[in-house]
Design a protein around this ligand. Structure first.
Ligand SMILES: *Cc1c(COP(=O)(O)O)cnc(C)c1O
Length: 403
């Protein structure tokens, strides 16, 4: 329990107070509760002596598959690699185009380039931040093979309309569901609404490791088999215990993208608390909304859209849009509150996609979000009085008074 004491150190956890700092992310306090289980899992890894792509990875894959209702979970070393492997396993070929929203984390589009395809950008819906189905249809050419809805922050993109566009143009739907653990559309988990999706276990994500990790998720046996081979140098078969019969033949040029068993050990422990974490995030999001409703300078608060079918939202990020965003960010930082700008540059304006020849102004909703959006601290360790503090600082900034 020595370790637990260290984790629970209030100084390390940036204890909240009237003028206290509010870090963008910490799990120092809540991780202490999980330490006994985590430690037992880590010891199991050491005892078995297989440190990557081993027993705990296999266990994590099957526990997670059961939980999200996926036929297959393929653990890999990041959400980004999961996207590359998914696109390759889904058969993306050189020069094939994938419709991708212009507002997302860069990996949504760079994964397409890494899989030898070309991103074709589309605008977003300004409320959900998901790809706009009409704009997606406009981006389709005779080279388009796939469409990649990205589910950002708290809710799914409009999967009914996107599926309709995909069917009309015979496109494969691959989901960047990296942020979307726990989100569901009519009972189906994010990432399982098309041919497959991904999850990221980057530390700040709703289910975060203590380092990089990710997964491909799919109900398609062939996609699963290919993605599993591609994560391990293109070899088919599992490597646990180096059983005879594992193929040493490389059928496809693959990556080394195995998941570490230490990360699986941590993720297995954190999975036991996922429901509670998601519920806590929802409470904190509601607290922000209550305190920021009607605040001058705030143009947009998160709005979860009601659909014809039941959808489950999960607050991974609490994102607001504000006037004078960069000044507000500096004001909060000067008062000890760290925020993140998701995402500062629209993907069609990123230098790495300059050759696609897009212009500023082409995707106005994506560009407006990039100019005005700021993500506020949101994680299970956050206290309500820290939410109060952040909101007081925001109100003070726009009313021109000093905090
Ligand atoms: C986090 C994230 C990724 C990448 O996941 P990593 O595990 O960081 O590689 C991809 N897409 C989106 C939308 C993400 O939020």
């Amino acid at each position: 329990m020595e370790h637990a004491a260290t984790f629970a150190d209030p100084a390390a956890a940036q204890a909240p107070g009237a003028g206290g700092t509010v870090p963008f992310f910490t799990q120092a306090a809540s991780f202490a509760d999980l330490w006994p289980l985590t430690e037992a899992n880590l010891n199991a890894v050491i005892d078995r002596g297989k440190y990557s792509h081993g027993h705990l990875v296999a266990e994590f894959e099957s526990v997670l598959a059961e939980r999200i209702g996926a036929a297959h979970v393929i653990g890999v070393n990041s959400g980004t690699d999961a996207l590359v492997l998914l696109l390759r396993a889904a058969g993306l070929g050189p020069g094939d185009e994938v419709v991708v929203p212009a507002f997302s984390f860069v990996a949504s589009a760079s994964s397409v380039a890494l899989a030898h395809g070309r991103p074709a950008f589309a605008d977003i819906d300004p409320v959900t931040y998901g790809i706009d189905p009409a704009s997606a249809a406009d981006a389709i050419t005779d080279r388009t093979r796939m469409i990649m809805p990205v589910h950002l922050f708290s809710q799914l993109a409009d999967m009914a309309a996107i599926t309709e566009v995909a069917e009309q143009y015979a496109l494969t739907v691959v989901e960047d569901s990296a942020e979307a653990i726990g989100m569901r559309w009519d009972g189906v988990h994010a990432g399982l609404l098309g041919i497959g999706g991904v999850l990221s276990f980057f530390p700040t994500k709703t289910l975060g490791a203590l380092g990089d990790a990710g997964a491909v998720i799919t109900n398609d046996d062939r996609i699963a088999e290919t993605a599993a081979a591609l994560r391990h140098h293109g070899r088919y078969g599992r490597t646990i215990d180096h059983f005879p019969g594992i193929s040493n033949e490389t059928v496809l040029p693959g990556l080394n993208s195995k998941m570490d068993d230490f990360q699986a050990a941590i993720l297995l422990a954190k999975l036991t608390r996922l429901d509670a974490d998601i519920a806590r995030r929802a409470e904190l999001a509601a607290a922000y909304t209550e305190r920021l409703t009607g605040c001058p300078g705030v143009r947009r608060l998160p709005t979860v859209v009601e659909r014809e079918v039941k959808t489950d939202a999960v607050f991974y990020v609490y994102l607001i849009e504000v006037e004078r965003r960069d000044e507000l960010v500096a004001h909060l930082a000067a008062n000890g509150v760290t925020t993140e700008t998701y995402y500062p540059v629209p993907l069609h304006r990123q230098p790495c996609f300059a050759e696609l020849g897009h212009r500023a102004g082409e995707f106005p909703n994506a560009e407006a979000a990039c100019a005005h959006a700021v993500a506020l601290p949101l994680y299970p360790d956050l206290a309500e009085r820290q939410v109060d503090r952040v909101c007081e600082l925001i109100r003070a900034f726009y009313s021109g008074s000093r905090p």
